[in-house]
Design a protein around this ligand. Structure first.
Ligand SMILES: Cc1ncc(COP(=O)(O)O)c(C=O)c1O
Ligand SMILES: N[C@@H](CCCC[NH3+])C(=O)O
Length: 461
């Protein structure tokens, strides 16, 4: 019998899982909010996605692999686009970007937010029209800015006075007048992990509103005329569930908008409230639907504009996680199962912190399920760990898995579409997994698995 078997043993052995974790009624159940829409368990007990059996995906593409439900991804793009009506939806490429993803975004009518020259290169290679690209970054290089200007990107979100200097020089050299937005630090304490909150005062992003830097940046751009100021921008953080932070942010941005109007006699035509909409990583998370977010955000902006006697600017948002996060899961194979008596069961899989750093970095919670079969065994509390030489190499801190989980089993971890492949590393010289897109009964690789040759090709000598 394994440590922490569910039910009676909970009390007897001391349940060391978090208080929110519930013993599942059915350990094989696929809780809909966690999984891409086409995921199901077949009559035989295996998982399937997009009409393809998970065992077939593992045989064809190997493990570990990120599996993208393409229909799910498209439906989330559409949900945001439809919900936000006239507003422009910039998909945040940092969550996950590949040329195939860019092609889908183009087809679905979304725009794209990039934050480095590398992401810009993928966006252009994937065929995103430059005018639908926005470039972010708190330390964009001269090369990155020049490339963006020469490519004709639709907007550059300026983040510092040094950048305004650089961009002004580039504008003069190239005889252009780049369109810019000013990234404002609105002073909101977003309810999320400290490392992914981006609008409280003490941080590297943006121009401070309360300290006057935001107004000074605006004054300078308007006065110098080298850059075309399109509007104000704020991104308060990531994995945020309630809209109160956006409300404060919108109110403060629009107060600045009103002050600019009073001082310069102009109403900036655009306003961006950023991304950050949360998703479900566990059964306890209840994310908002895009249509509810849209209703709330648009109401807030309209109310504030009415109160300040401003016209409503053209709104844009930048969701990343909420579009791609739930559309992917990671498929692993179990290599070892170890009972540390009276403490917990460790289930080691063939990936780890190199394909999902979020657990180690943010103490993020994830879920997992046995994917290659169903089980009639009772649930046990397990920890899913990777193969890296690091004790903190944890993928899922606490999860109930069937008591007969064993080497050779396939295990799927949902919600890994955002900030997993894009933050993956080669720690311990582990090749990064492929991304396999599944749709209408077909699976195909959209980002191939790294090879040993890939790992060695940068070594000189
Ligand atoms: C400026 C900006 N926009 C959009 C995003 C996307 O955030 P999320 O993936 O949480 O929607 C981020 C990342 O947090 C960001 O820094
Ligand atoms: N990388 C973070 C999100 C923030 C990144 C963009 N500012 C995460 O994995 O949750």
């Amino acid at each position: 019998m394994r440590a922490h078997e569910a039910g009676a043993l909970h009390g007897d052995l001391g349940f060391s899982g978090p208080s929110w974790l519930r013993t599942p009624q059915d350990v094989n159940a696929l809780v809909p909010q966690l999984w891409p829409r086409t995921v199901e368990r077949t009559a035989g007990g295996e998982m399937a996605v997009g009409g393809v059996n998970i065992r077939k995906i593992a045989e064809q593409h190997g493990t570990p692999a990120y599996v993208l439900d393409e229909e799910d991804f498209r439906s989330r793009c559409r949900a945001f686009k439809e919900a936000f009506g006239g507003a422009e939806v910039f998909y945040a490429g940092k969550a996950f970007i590949a040329t195939h993803i860019v092609r889908i975004l183009v087809e679905e009518g979304l725009s794209l937010d990039v934050c480095t020259g590398g992401e810009l290169a993928v966006a252009l290679r994937g065929g995103m029209p430059p005018e639908r690209i926005g470039l972010h970054g708190n330390n964009k290089s001269v090369a990155e800015l020049t490339r963006a200007v020469e490519a004709g990107v639709g907007r550059i979100i300026v983040d510092s006075f040094d950048e305004i200097d650089r961009l002004t020089t580039i504008a003069k050299q190239t005889g252009t007048r780049p369109k810019v937005m000013v990234r404002v630090t609105v002073g909101v304490e977003a309810h999320t992990h400290e490392y992914i909150a981006t609008a409280h005062e003490d941080q590297k992003f943006g121009f401070s509103l309360s300290g006057g830097a935001a107004a000074a940046a605006v004054d300078r751009i308007i006065t110098e005329q080298a850059l075309e100021l399109r509007g104000l921008h704020s991104h308060i953080g990531s994995q945020i569930f309630d809209t109160s932070g956006f409300e404060v942010s919108a109110r403060r941005l629009l107060q600045l908008q009103a002050a600019i109007h009073d001082k310069h006699g102009i109403e900036l035509p655009e306003l961006d409230l950023g991304g950050g909409f949360g998703i479900a990583y566990t059964t306890q998370d209840t994310p908002a639907e895009p249509r509810d977010l849209a209703t709330d955000l648009m109401r807030i902006v309209k109310q504030e504009c009415a109160a300040l006697q401003l016209s409503v600017p053209h709104l844009s948002i930048e969701p990343g996680r909420a579009i791609v996060g739930p559309a992917m899961f990671t498929l692993y194979e179990v290599g070892t199962v170890k009972d540390v008596d009276g403490i917990r069961t460790y289930v080691s899989v063939d990936g780890g912190m190199s394909d999902n750093i979020r657990t180690a970095l943010y103490d993020a919670a994830y879920s997992a399920t046995l994917a290659g079969r169903a089980s009639t065994e009772p649930p046990i509390l397990a920890r899913v760990v990777g193969k890296h030489c690091e004790a903190g190499d944890i993928i899922v801190k606490d999860e109930f898995l069937p008591a007969d989980v064993r080497a050779g089993d396939l295990l799927a971890v949902p919600g890994t579409g955002a900030y997993c492949r894009s933050m993956a590393s080669n720690y311990n010289h582990v090749p990064r997994p492929p991304v396999v897109a599944v749709v209408d009964g077909e699976s195909r690789v959209i980002v191939r698995r790294e090879t040993e040759d890939d790992l060695l090709k940068l070594d000189v000598g």
